[in-house]
Design a protein around this ligand. Sequence first.
Ligand SMILES: Cc1cc2nc3c(=O)[nH]c(=O)nc-3n(C[C@H](O)[C@H](O)[C@H](O)COP(=O)(O)OP(=O)(O)OC[C@H]3O[C@@H](n4cnc5c(N)ncnc54)[C@H](O)[C@@H]3O)c2cc1C
Length: 456
Amino acid sequence: MAARVIVIGAGPAGVRAAQALAGAGLRPTVIDEGRRDGGQIYRRQPEGFSRTYDALYGTEAARAASVHATFDALRSRIDYLPETLVWNISPGMVHLVSGTRYHALKFDALIVCSGATDRLMPVKGWQHAGTYTLGGAQVALKSQGCAVGARTVMMGTGPLLYLVAAQYVKAGAQVCAVLDTSTALQRLRALPALLSIPASLWKGLALMRVLRRAKVPIHRGVRPVEIKGTPQGGVTGVAVKLQDGAMFERACDAVALGYHLRPETQLADLAGCEFHFDEASQQWLPHTDEDGRSSVKGVYLAGDGARVRGADAAERSGRLAALAAMRDAGMAVEGIDTLRAELQRFTRFAAGLRTAFPWPAGLAASVPDDTLVCRCEAITAGELRRVVREAGAREANRAKAFSRVGMGRCQGRYCGHAGAEIIAAAACVPLSAVGRLRGQAPVKPLPMALVEDTCK
Ligand SMILES: Cc1cc2nc3c(=O)[nH]c(=O)nc-3n(C[C@H](O)[C@H](O)[C@H](O)COP(=O)(O)OP(=O)(O)OC[C@H]3O[C@@H](n4cnc5c(N)ncnc54)[C@H](O)[C@@H]3O)c2cc1C
């Protein structure tokens, strides 16, 4: 086996990949931009905090404890680089920044476990201070032990919508409303697929009970209209159209927004991996085989960064990708067939979640002209439509060049999906024909004053 194996990400996928590699006698390097291991779901609280596993992770306490304990036991058998951002990948090499120091590491095998982020859609007024992603609202709670507002509205769709709302309620925060764009009928249609993992379905129903008991108003089938606010004071309220066409308004000082998740695929892109358009989730995904091999030799993708199937699947796919890497290097490995079979159940469940909480493509395509699409560059939907009409920019990167949508700090991670829907609708072409924004290094902003780290 090649000596230099790098794992990017210390979430469930990365931890299990590292465990498999170390278990076979290898010494992988594990890199994560986070201060502590655990990834998103099992994000650790800052040092010095003493909330219990039950308080922090609820029904996932045992899994969180298991992933943390595994990583703690691995620490002497891996090279761990926390607070280190992989900002670029070139053939056989990852490029890193930690603080103001940069260096590069060679690899023979690279396992990318970069996780997911919220999938977002613009709504009028979403630039007001006090608008967060659902994930961001959860990070505030888990990591800093605070709520994003005194009165928060949760809006969008997906399991995280109900999970974060319930976590806020349990923490004693006020949730003024849960506004879901998906309908009860869509949930019903998803039931057979969701029954592939009854325990997860049960956990979802338990979240609803928490919200009902706290008398949180829940509206389904809504159409977001506006996040109200002022440039000085931030968010003051939310307006949506209910399923029966009536307007609903609620005063609040924070909104948490999200439409399920999207894989964080920039690193796969920079590594040169091929992508395909996934009709089911209406997004571009890196191509992998069943075990996580990408189209680039020596590069493996696992966890939610390859496709969103949840944390339990991430653990399995992380281990599977590590086994695949070892098998490709001529090592004898066991357990591949079992992991493949187990993952099928999670794939079915993930399909159920997509049916239950679909990405409301029509909504994205029809945001009003005066709505900001790209908050980094302050570009409206009207401006984006204008470049499609007047400059013939029907392809994502061309539209970016003409309009600057997706050219700012977030590199299109938050506006890219909705921007593509707007282009497709304005150009009357299928979404797949719009293509995808090309990954660009650096994946996140870097400090201006970088110094080469010669010690590595
Ligand atoms: C904000 C958020 C909150 C979530 N909360 C829950 C929840 O409460 N319950 C639940 O069931 N599911 C939740 N999910 C989904 C859940 O996080 C995933 O299913 C699971 O964590 C996937 O595990 P993973 O190892 O693939 O990725 P993650 O756990 O996301 O881990 C990925 C790791 O990669 C690191 N990373 C990414 N890019 C780079 C880079 N360029 N350089 C260095 N490091 C990098 C990240 O810092 C992170 O630690 C959440 C998802 C998000 C995005």
